[in-house]
Design a protein around this ligand. Structure first.
Ligand code: 3PG
Ligand code: MG
Length: 395
């Protein structure tokens, strides 16, 4: 992969595909991690005299203009972090974009409006995507792919534009790929993966692949209940994906055959309802009352998971252990995070939710070896898939 050092950018228009998909509460950015992660590449380009044109998506407006998904608040935050104004184009490839780019001087930065306002961006039709890619490419002389969180998407700005312009990978993409490589090649053992989050169906591919690689697989969060049910236990009103039970039974059998230590919760916080102040108690994971739902892993599970992490040399963690947005059910996620912080392993946190959880719980980000900006992207990488946005930068 070519990197920024291979590009002569002075005085040239450089289109940077970033991932600025941050959570918003109205117009307030609730977690700016992805914006901060995008700053070094933009700063390096501006510092070398490029005219920097940043493009990105926010949410899923599905090809239509929708002010709820405007990148305008992101432009303001990016400007604060860069310490310089960021010009904002109110469209993606229209008059405003052309004029904004035209007005850029060397070292200045612009941000285009949400790429996903344009149906061509995500189109499955190569020609429609290609036509939109041509318009984007016309705004620049060079392309830098730095939106790691979106490299698993075969979208115009990720996949097609680099075919049209001389291109390189940005610093964030290079750093993320280096870390993921350490999780897939010559990984130091014991290699322990902790998975959580609501849906096991989002993680099928990665679990299947990890079972051939890891020494231990710890499962918490909403997806754990489908595993407990697959073992024949009552899970009450906990999250359950009935249609995944066969698949999960297969994973349990496969783990047994391969000697992978697949660790499930032994106790859970069982609540009467899904609410921040829900009445709850600690129960055995094998005997959740029929009228209750598990919202976090229990204290014995926290200890068990910590003991399984204690001697690890490599750890990857994706997905919260419980409903961490509710203080009463954030203890499991906190315990796993603290176990990682306290370990001398190479520790990687993957995914928007787990990264946001770390920051929300007030835990030190530098307590981890790496916090990835990519959820789906890092999972698909670990699944062994070819990621379109990386393939496009490869040649
Ligand atoms: C993400 O938040 O996972 C990335 O920004 C990609 O967004 P998407 O899942 O909507 O494609
Ligand atoms: Mg996603």
């Amino acid at each position: 992969m070519r990197t920024l050092d291979d590009l002569d950018v002075k005085g040239r228009r450089v289109l940077v595909r970033a991932d600025l998909n941050v959570p918003l509460d109205g117009e307030r950015i609730t977690d700016d991690g992805r914006i901060r992660a995008s700053v070094p590449t933009i700063q390096a380009l501006a510092g070398r005299g490029a005219k920097v044109v940043v493009c990105a998506h926010l949410g899923r407006p599905k090809g239509k203009v929708n002010p709820e998904y405007s990148l305008r608040p992101v432009a303001a935050r990016l400007g604060e972090l860069l310490g310089q104004d960021v010009a904002f184009a109110t469209d993606v490839v229209g008059d405003s974009a052309r004029q904004t780019v035209e007005a850029l001087q060397e070292g200045q930065v612009a941000l285009l409006e949400n790429l996903r306002y344009e149906p061509g961006e995500e189109s499955k039709d190569d020609a429609a995507r290609g036509a939109f890619a041509e318009k984007l490419a016309a705004l620049a002389d060079l392309y830098v792919g730095d939106g790691f969180g979106a490299v698993h998407r075969k979208h115009a700005s990720v996949y097609d534009v680099p075919e049209l312009l001389p291109h390189a990978a940005g610093g964030l993409v290079v750093a993320e790929v280096e870390v993921l490589r350490r999780l897939t090649e010559d990984t130091e053992r014991p290699y322990v993966v902790v998975l959580g989050g609501a849906k096991v169906s989002d993680k099928l591919g990665v679990i299947a692949n990890l079972l051939t690689k890891v020494d231990r697989l710890l499962i918490g969060g909403g997806m754990a209940y489908t595993f407990l049910k697959a073992q024949g236990h009552e899970v009450g009103r906990s999250l359950l994906q009935e249609d995944q039970l066969d698949q999960v039974r297969g994973f349990l059998a496969e783990a047994g055959k391969r000697g992978v230590d697949l660790v499930l919760p032994v106790d859970v916080l069982a609540a009467v309802t899904f609410a921040a102040d829900a009445e709850h108690e600690v129960v055995e994971a094998t005997a959740i009352p029929a009228d209750r739902e598990g919202l976090d892993i229990g204290p014995r599970t926290r200890e068990l998971f910590a003991s399984k992490l204690a001697d690890a040399k490599t750890v990857f963690w994706n997905g919260p252990m419980g409903v961490f947005e509710f203080d009463a059910f954030s203890g499991g996620t906190r315990a796993v995070a603290e176990a990682l912080i306290g370990s001398d392993a190479f520790t990687v946190v993957g995914g928007g939710d787990s990264a946001a959880a770390v920051r929300r719980l007030g835990l030190p980000e530098d307590g981890f070896s790496h916090i990835s900006t990519g959820g789906g992207a890092s999972l698909e990488y670990l699944e062994g898939k070819t990621l379109p946005g990386l393939a496009a930068l490869e040649d």
